[in-house]
Design a binder for this molecule. Structure first.
Ligand SMILES: [Zn+2]
Length: 219
């Protein structure tokens, strides 16, 4: 179907909730919807997400989305919101490092994309862990709560907090400005007090991270 001149592709699946994606390069909207949801409900859902869709489409138009990475020399990679140029080097040193605006990635000549990705992810993980250590005292003091444990994972959400007080942070936060990590960490710490996104939770966020709404937009 078409809404506001935007192509909407609907895929019916055996799922419980609706999911929506904006697909480059045309900016078509693809929706996965359960079989039992009516077209009217889908239209309602799309309209409720229209601001976000328009935003995504303009990013795609400006080519701000990240293309598929191949881990070749000259490729751009983000670290803490800054762009670095990838330079492959011999793997006689163990880990990736940055100097000026170059990201040096030690890989063997015959390494596959997957290995290169893994080496870079190890680097991101270290960066993120360091930064978590840096902000840990500050953030836990602000919120007045401490997690049982902090894990780093590649995942869909930026973070989550389980009932057992374990906080998980998305590895990709190492690609965003550092303030984003602080915001997500405080958000998850606030869940140790309020286990939902209620009004009370938002008031907690306003108190503990007054600029959270602006920072959320960066993410
Ligand atoms: Zn939350």
């Amino acid at each position: 179907m078409e809404i506001n001149g935007i192509n909407i592709i609907i895929q019916r699946k055996n799922i419980k909730n609706m999911y929506l994606r904006v697909i480059p390069p045309e900016g078509n909207v693809k929706i996965s919807a359960p079989y039992f949801v009516s077209d009217d409900k889908i239209i309602e859902f799309v309209n409720s997400k229209m601001d976000w869709i328009i935003d995504k489409r303009s990013q795609i138009e400006k080519k701000e989305y990240l293309p598929d990475l191949k881990y070749l020399n000259g490729e751009k990679h983000l670290i803490w919101g800054e762009e670095y140029t990838l330079q492959l080097i011999a793997n006689n040193i163990k880990s990736a490092f940055v100097k000026d605006d170059v990201l040096y990635l030690p890989v063997s000549k015959r390494s596959k994309i997957k290995n290169r990705q893994k080496t870079l992810e190890d680097f991101y993980r270290r960066e993120l862990q360091n930064e978590i250590d840096n902000i840990y005292d500050k953030c836990t003091k602000i919120v007045g709560e401490k997690p049982e444990d902090i894990k780093i994972r590649k995942m869909k959400n930026w973070g989550n907090c389980k009932k057992n007080k374990v906080i998980t942070l998305n590895l990709n936060l190492a690609k965003k400005p550092k303030i984003c990590l602080e915001y997500v960490f405080i958000h998850e710490l606030c869940h140790l007090i309020e286990f939902n996104h209620s009004k009370k939770f938002k008031m907690l966020m306003d108190k503990n991270c007054p600029k959270w709404r602006e920072i959320k937009k960066i993410l």
